[in-house]
Design a protein around this ligand. Structure first.
Ligand code: NAP
Length: 414
């Protein structure tokens, strides 16, 4: 265990460990949390009591998360004079499963996003975003309740590999010359150059997780979303490798859409693929036909926010970044600095990310109770400003009061 300057390790909890890729969780696991910048501390103050109450109420007090604060972002800069201290990385590595609020990305100075850095350090290759409608949340579409999807976005390749050279640089000129001289491909002079690698390794491990998720949750289909009609050897290969993986590793549990006969899929998970632009239409016009979706990084970036918008926006959209031996659950929105310290914003995104964490710990009943508490609170129309301004007859409550309302409704629900 680290000899850390600022991090205080709870003395009466246990480390989550991994055996054969499966997390091993005691009744009192130690879970690091990062409050985050801007609205992060307000949101964490409202969220932690909700998660604690859900665990307590569903385990009769037997289980309890031992939270351990670790630091990143502006708070870390104050404490350690760096945005991402070494001991935070060590603690996350040692304790493996964490939850975080939003972090400021310092502008300029060539600083990479802290979020992207964390995902890379821990090889959190799957960004998982469930998008499910909560009754009563204002939505721009007519039937938001038909949207119920889980997006698996590849988190390490494609544009996240970040190989880019600016127009006019010697590197870009060198690459343009190489493409022309060695490979016979013409690129306009003075172009900026970006490289988009997609590998079978990266595809397989993401799609394996997506199919396993569909099996574990008894879901009907997994849809591969790609742009393979244009980018054949990256996005097209992603599609081909996905089908091949399903056939190789899940032959008895999956069936390709084009092999489904008149009697239906026979209880198997249907593997389909859709071209990304068509899929954006489909999710608006026929959302009920989609369940689990797997896609390369950039498609997933656009698609998760577009889906979140349909069910009421980022304030209610949870997320998780998961690897084979680590996971970080996080809000999908940013730090909204103008609301910092005002106890005003919607903590829903972190609370629902916390529900994903509880599910990951194997505490499904606690996760379900959080969802039920959120559902009842919104049905009672006691909501934060962002929802209140769109919900006729709603009562506006603070961030902390919204959390307290959820706890109250959870107590009534058990
Ligand atoms: P933002 O912080 O997400 O805020 C944009 C707007 O979204 C807010 O002004 C507010 O809209 C609404 N909003 C966000 N969170 C909300 C919540 N919990 N409840 C209610 N409304 C909420 O985006 P940004 O202003 O572009 O980014 C600010 C900083 O966050 C940047 O430094 C960025 O790099 C960082 N960021 C971090 C993460 C992350 O840590 N995962 C993600 C994205 C951005 P209204 O003004 O309409 O009320």
């Amino acid at each position: 265990m680290g000899n850390w300057q600022q991090i205080v390790v709870p003395t009466d909890g246990d480390r989550i460990t991994f055996k054969d890729g499966k997390q091993q969780v005691s009744d009192t696991p130690i879970v690091p949390f990062i409050r985050g910048d801007g609205i992060g501390p307000d949101i964490w103050a409202a969220s932690q009591p909700v998660l604690d109450a859900a665990v307590e109420l569903t385990s009769g007090g037997r289980r309890d998360i031992r939270w351990m604060e670790v630091y990143a972002g502006e708070r870390a800069l104050e404490l350690y004079q760096t945005y991402l201290p070494e001991e935070t990385i060590e603690a996350l590595r040692e304790y493996a499963v964490a939850i975080k609020g939003p972090l400021t990305t310092p502008v300029g100075g060539g600083f990479r996003s802290l979020n992207v850095t964390l995902r890379q350090i821990f090889d959190l290759y799957a960004c998982i975003r469930p998008v499910r409608y909560v009754d009563g949340v204002p939505s721009p579409v007519k039937e938001p309740e038909k949207v119920n999807v889980v997006i698996f976005r590849e988190n390490t390749e494609d544009v996240y590999s970040g190989i880019e050279f600016a127009s006019g640089t010697p590197e870009a000129a060198k690459l343009i010359a190489f493409l022309k001289d060695e490979l016979g491909k013409n690129v306009r002079a003075e172009s900026g150059i970006g490289i988009k690698p997609i590998s079978q390794f990266g595809t397989d491990r993401l799609v394996r997780r997506a199919i396993q998720y569909a099996i574990d949750h008894n879901l009907p289909s997994v849809t591969i979303v790609h742009k393979g009609n244009i980018q054949k050897f990256t996005e097209g290969a992603f599609r081909d490798w996905s089908y091949a993986l399903a056939a190789r590793e899940f032959a008895d549990r999956t069936i390709r859409e084009d092999a489904v006969g008149p009697d239906g899929p026979g209880g198997k998970i249907v593997i389909k693929d859709r071209i990304a632009d068509a899929m954006f239409q489909q999710i608006l016009l026929r959302p009920a036909e989609y369940s689990v979706l797997a896609m390369p990084n950039l498609n997933g970036d656009y698609f998760s926010d577009a889906c979140a918008a349909q069910i009421g926006g980022l304030g209610m959209a949870p997320g998780a970044n998961i690897g084979d031996s680590a996971a970080i659950f996080e809000a999908t929105h940013g730090t909204a600095p103008k609301y910092a310290g005002k106890d005003m914003v919607n903590p829903g995104s972190v609370i629902l990310s916390g529900a994903m964490l509880l599910e990951y710990l194997g505490w499904q009943a606690a996760a379900d109770l959080v969802h039920e508490g959120v559902r009842r609170t919104i049905a009672a129309k006691t909501v934060t400003y962002d929802l209140e301004r769109q919900m006729p007859g709603a009562t506006k409550v603070s961030c902390s009061a919204f959390g307290a309302e959820i706890v109250k409704h959870m107590r009534e629900a058990v």
